[in-house]
Ligand binder design. Structure first.
Ligand code: C2E
Ligand code: CA
Ligand code: CA
Length: 694
């Protein structure tokens, strides 16, 4: 509010300053006008007085000025000469040069001139006028209530003006003065009333002008203020959805954080983004993308309490601020509800679009102690949700790159790996090729194996190697936690070498037992962009005398497209070698099957999310999607494997759709090698030898 108060005080200041300014200007105007009028009136009076004086002087003889006495008949002549002015004339006096009164129209026998003015006239030779309130020496005047104002003008009498000549005196010389007193009352009154009128008119027009100006200034400042407010509002709102934007959200977050914590309540932040939104935008067009964002915004807004702030952070990212949430569990429950909002399809014209979302949750003070770290932790949780494809994820320091816990974990992973590497080096130096598994005394890293089942025969036809970390204090840590960590820290190549080494040694042992099936090892995106991985594989297979056909590698679809120009040569070399290549997690990225046509790829693994959709309560239409994938993959000669099969119904559906192989808890969980009993080529023909483990 201080800004608007400042604006309103600005208007007020303008009002005061302009009012004072106008008053000063108005007063000056009136003053100048009135003084101009006054001096004009005095000038007019003075010229009349000069005329009167001229008449009077013409009637006076020269010697009167010398003697200072005007004889009676001359006085009568003067009276007669000036009789025409009697209405304007109050009194006429004639003074000799030495200040003697020669004549007064009022018969005042004696008197003295106003010395200052008289001297001035004698010396300067110009008339001098003064306005006076009353008349000097009018004792006999009828007493009257009205005050008379007189213009008293001393007019010089030059030698040339008078009758006859004064000997020895120049014509231009002043020989005396005529004092003409004119009635100035009416003029004065007219003047006063004129000045009053002028003052009124000036004041009136200035007031009108001021009001006009004030109105303009006031309304302009109001318009500016509303425009500024509107701009501020727009700057705080997302233009597409009308939801608060990042700026407004962070303001609200700041406030919520300040107000929180008094009664054990928390501030929760839920972040979500739309999975595969880029694809939707690219395939359906930006109009549909925008429309989808609007629908999502409306669905979120309608489902939440008024206190909760739903904001769009940009792109396909939304945030929900829970200014007052009881517990982390409550925030998580709400996050699940938010995710549930995406279950129903979004209607875009006649298109019913199914979209999924990854939701991250963080709470203050549990995971952060200020708004910006709350934003950061919620973001990390969202990426964890996306990475683990768990849908909803609450912040955990394990997934946080910069958290101390994560740095410690990274160090521990490094140490564990080193342990294995030196044990293997020692083992290789001692024994012959392929005879030892090279396990250190305290083995922390191990490979587990999960069978791939041929759906038609229900036989185990392969295994997938999945890494596990038996952490001394944390227990069994899944690759979802430490593989990304290794990818970020550069440990991944050594981790992959460890996986390949373990798998190849295991294959050598199983081969020696005569019961080997192909084993697939997962490669990270970082591995397949580097030809060194092929050298490692070649070396391992040779050292342990394992047929290349027994080794498979799985690379994710995203790894394939991320750096295609470097990945393709690696895949080609693997193909030439006879190592089979599977595309993992197919369907979660942006690759189309036809893009795989020219690549040395043998197998397509349909991602778990599509498989899960086939079960009860899954989405309709996913059968069609899987069917299309299978048909296309088969037409390119690719084998199709379904991941994450957990129930009989799904297995039957997959078989009906033509899927070749499947993996999942239905048959077996990943297990250590001693618990896995891969069927021999010939032995145990009766299979399925593997029953669900665990
Ligand atoms: P992935 O390659 O897609 O592996 C399949 C994952 O699904 C495994 O998780 C497996 O335990 C799990 N799974 C198998 N059957 C089912 C089922 O019926 N239901 C459900 N819900 N899950 C099932 P895991 O072992 O936690 O591995 C996670 C990811 O970590 C793997 O996904 C893979 O991308 C990566 N990974 C695992 N081992 C390695 C490795 O040695 N090297 C590299 N680079 N990545 C690995
Ligand atoms: Ca895999
Ligand atoms: Ca997979």
């Amino acid at each position: 509010m201080p800004a608007s108060r400042r604006r309103s005080s600005l208007t007020r200041r303008f009002a005061v300053v302009s009012l004072i300014g106008m008053a000063v200007v108005g007063a000056a105007l009136v003053l100048v006008a009135s003084s101009q009028m006054r001096s004009q009136a005095v000038r007019d009076g003075t010229s009349l007085a000069a005329t009167v004086a001229a008449y009077a002087s013409a009637a006076t003889p020269a010697d009167a000025y010398v003697t200072g006495v005007l004889p009676e008949q001359d006085q009568a002549a003067v009276s007669a000469a000036t009789a025409g002015f009697s209405s304007a004339l109050v009194e006429l006096r004639l003074w000799s040069q030495d200040g003697r009164l020669m004549y007064s129209s009022r018969d005042a026998g004696t008197g003295l001139p106003h010395s200052e003015r008289f001297d001035h006239v004698l010396l300067g030779g110009e008339p001098v006028a003064a306005v006076q309130p009353d008349v000097r020496g009018v004792e006999d005047a009828t007493p009257t209530t009205e005050k008379q104002t007189v213009l008293d003008v001393y007019v010089p009498v030059h030698a040339a003006d008078i009758r006859g000549t004064v000997t020895g005196v120049d014509a231009e010389e002043v020989v005396g003065a005529a004092e003409v007193m004119l009635d100035h009352t009416a003029t004065q009154e007219t003047l006063t009333s004129t000045v009053r009128t002028v003052a009124l008119v000036v004041a009136g027009s200035l007031v009108v002008l001021w009001l006009l100006l004030f109105r303009i200034v006031h309304s302009t400042s109001r318009r500016l203020r509303t425009a500024a407010l509107e701009n501020a509002r727009l700057a705080m709102l997302d233009s597409l959805t009308g939801l608060p934007n990042r700026r407004l959200l962070s303001e609200q977050m700041q406030r919520a954080v300040q107000e929180s914590g008094q009664d054990g309540s928390r501030v929760g932040l839920i972040l979500l983004d739309i999975d595969r939104f880029k694809d939707i935008n690219d395939t359906l067009g930006h109009d549909h993308g925008d429309a989808l964002l609007e629908l999502v915004a409306a669905r979120l807004r309608n489902a939440l309490r008024d206190d909760d702030v739903v904001a769009r952070l940009g792109g396909d990212e939304f945030a929900i601020l829970l200014p007052d949430v009881r517990s982390v569990a409550n925030a998580e429950r709400l996050a699940r509800r938010v995710r549930g909002l995406f279950a129903a399809p979004f209607e875009l014209g006649d298109l019913a679009l199914h979209v999924d979302t990854s939701v991250g949750v963080a709470c203050l003070p549990d995971h952060a102690d200020d708004p910006s770290s709350l934003m950061r932790t919620a973001d990390i949780a969202m990426y964890a949700a996306k990475h683990q494809r768990s849908g909803v994820s609450v912040y955990s320091p394990d997934a946080d790159d910069s958290s101390p816990a994560r740095l410690v974990l990274m160090g521990e992973l490094h140490a564990a790996l080193e342990e294995h590497e030196s044990a293997r080096a020692a083992g290789d130096a001692r024994g012959g090729p392929g005879d030892a598994l090279g396990v250190p005394p305290v083995a922390q890293l191990e490979m587990h194996y999960q069978p791939k089942i041929e759906l038609a025969s229900q036989r185990t036809v392969g295994l997938e190697a999945l890494m596990r970390w038996r952490h001394p204090t944390r227990g069994l840590v899944g690759p979802g936690t430490f593989v990304p960590l290794a990818e970020q820290s550069g440990l991944i190549h050594r981790l992959t070498s460890f996986a390949l080494d373990s798998a190849v040694r295991q294959l050598a042992q199983w081969s020696a037992d005569g019961r080997a099936v192909p084993v697939a090892v997962n490669l990270s995106a970082h591995d397949v962009a580097d030809p060194a991985v092929v050298d490692t594989i070649v070396e391992l297979l040779a050292r342990h005398r394992v047929r290349p056909a027994l080794l498979e590698v799985e690379i994710t679809e995203t790894a394939l497209v991320a750096d295609r120009s470097r990945v393709v040569p690696v895949l080609e070399r693997l193909g030439e070698l006879g190592v089979r290549v599977a595309i993992d997690d197919f369907g979660t990225g942006t690759t189309s099957i036809s893009q795989l046509r020219d690549l040395p790829v043998d197998e397509l693994k349909i991602d778990r999310v599509f498989v899960a959709d086939l079960g009860d309560g899954g989405r309709e239409g996913s059968e069609v999607v899987v069917q299309a994938m299978v048909d296309l993959a088969h037409s390119f000669g690719l084998r199709v494997v379904a991941e994450g099969v957990e129930d009989e119904g799904t297995a039957r559906t997959l078989q009906r759709l033509g899927v070749d192989q499947a993996q999942g808890y239905l048959w077996a969980r990943p297990a250590p090698p001693e618990e896995v009993r891969p069927p021999g080529d010939t032995a145990r023909g009766d299979h399925p030898s593997l029953h669900p483990i665990g």
